[in-house]
Write a protein that binds this ligand. Structure first.
Ligand code: PLP
Length: 457
């Protein structure tokens, strides 16, 4: 098909929207290593997991075999409010870069939460409601997950308790108010409302908080109350499963126009958007049907794939969640407070970790001033003000497009534009004023937290 016929935005009809999520684990020859119980260090049972997570989500977490899982009708109805998300041909960016590359991005910022996180939040809230629970607890770092979950909980009339990393709570008061508007109860973490919070505060009184620490508080809060469960917005395999809707829609839209991406790029915090975007394409690669290059982009300040180790680690600072085998910097790793993006988690999805370890996916790390430079370039031609997290993917998409300019290759690049950056204007301000700095942890710093990894035989 001639290029001219490809519209700026490729939408799908409601009838073309995916009716099932795709579970990439089913096509992996080597499965991600099993989760371990923090108490026994033996593979965790569904029974044990069901104290923390909703029953149906436990099943999804442990399901390595079913390739497709039906999306319940109620969730599909909710998806219709803001999906399908547009797949955009970045004609203006291509022109600005003067590149022969064809650039596409899947834009997930078209809902009030401002990110892809709503895709999993609504699924998790739905299963909690189905189980007859009163409410859920969670952590939020940059605030997008807490916002998404607040929206999902208010839709299903569930109670929502959010532990928000303290520095974000202070830096992003508007995020907090959006959550409260949707009825959530928001507590800065570490707090004195939980035992683990009090313990962390005693040890580090001046801490800005971290995701791992907020997770511990949220888990404690859920497991110490009747009728509550904990939900997590990234890292877990169930979240990647829900986010596969991003990749499924992208693939349906691209197939419709006969477009095949050569390179697929996404930012990677815990790995959920990237995992979701690449899943159906990775499935083809795993089955030997097609080949693609996949690139995970992480911040140089929190480089779990590029500088971490592949080992069992705790998912949270308080060591109450199951252990997961993943690329990790150690659960005690505290990323620098000056980093603007929300990609600060110490570990990575076990699915992506395994794919990366097998060489099926690449990873690069980028510094934040370079990320904001790309964000600004993108905003000025494509109109959308990108989230700093998403801009990690923009940076590498631009780099790859510039390589095409040198070689004259007409590669097709697809990247995930996970969200908008309206709540990150302090970070943009720092960049605009030339006050932004790049922090890269030293080997010694990383060694210190990596040395505290649990010993598993
Ligand atoms: C949370 C978030 C991310 C990173 O999370 P993943 O689980 O790695 O996808 C990226 N972009 C935005 C906008 C986010 O809110």
């Amino acid at each position: 098909m001639s290029d001219k016929k490809i519209p700026y935005k490729i939408y799908l009809e409601e009838s073309e929207m995916p009716k099932q999520w795709y579970n990439v684990r089913a096509d992996m020859k080597k499965k991600p290593a099993p989760l371990l119980s923090p108490a026994t260090k033996k593979p965790v049972t569904a029974e044990e997991l069901s104290h923390v997570f909703c029953d149906e989500l436990v099943k999804q977490e442990l399901n390595n075999t079913d390739r497709y899982i039906d999306i319940p009708t109620e969730i599909r109805e909710f998806y219709k409010m803001y999906r399908p998300s547009p797949l955009v041909r970045a004609y203006c960016l291509e022109k600005k870069l003067d590149t022969p590359a064809k650039i596409y991005y899947k834009f997930e910022g078209n809902n009030t939460s401002g990110s892809h996180k709503l895709n999993s939040a609504i699924a998790q809230a739905y299963y909690a409601k189905q189980q007859g629970l009163k409410g859920v607890t969670t952590e939020t770092g940059a605030g997008q997950w807490g916002t998404a979950l607040s929206m999902a909980c208010s839709y299903f009339d569930l109670d929502c308790k959010v532990y928000m990393v303290k520095c974000s709570y202070e830096q992003k008061p508007f995020r907090r108010e959006v959550m409260r508007t949707y009825g959530a109860d928001v507590t800065p973490s570490p707090s004195t409302t939980t035992e683990v919070g009090r313990k962390i505060l005693a040890e580090y009184p001046d801490t800005n908080g971290s995701l791992g620490c907020a997770i511990s508080e949220a888990v404690e809060s859920a497991t110490s109350k009747e009728g509550y469960r904990y939900v997590l917005g990234s890292v877990l395999s169930q979240v990647l499963l829900h986010q596969s809707v991003i990749g499924m829609e992208s693939k349906i839209a691209m197939d419709k126009y006969g477009i095949t991406p050569d390179i697929i790029i996404g930012c990677a915090g815990g790995g959920s958007n990237l995992g979701g975007l690449i899943s159906p394409f990775m499935g083809e690669k795993l089955r030997g049907e097609k080949d693609y290059r996949f690139i995970a982009v992480e911040p140089a300040s929190c480089p779990s794939l590029t500088r971490g180790v592949y080992a069992y680690d705790y998912c949270d600072t308080g060591k109450v969640c199951p252990l997961q085998k993943m690329y990790t910097l150690g659960s005690g790793f505290m990323p620098s407070a000056n980093h603007a993006g929300g990609l600060r988690y110490h570990g990575m999805s076990s699915v992506l970790s395994e794919l990366y370890d097998e060489g099926l996916m690449e990873a690069v790390s980028v510094e934040q001033t370079a990320v904001f430079e790309s964000a600004q370039k993108f905003a000025r031609v494509e109109g959308i003000l990108p989230a700093p997290e998403s801009s990690h993917a923009i940076k590498i998409a631009i780099d790859e497009a510039m390589k095409c300019k040198e070689t004259g290759e007409e590669k097709t690049i697809l990247f995930g534009l996970t969200g908008t950056g309206y709540f990150d204007m302090y970070a943009y301000g720092a960049y605009n004023d030339g006050r932004m700095s790049d922090y890269i942890p030293t080997d010694e710093e990383l060694k210190k937290s990596i040395n505290t990894l649990p010993k598993i035989d």
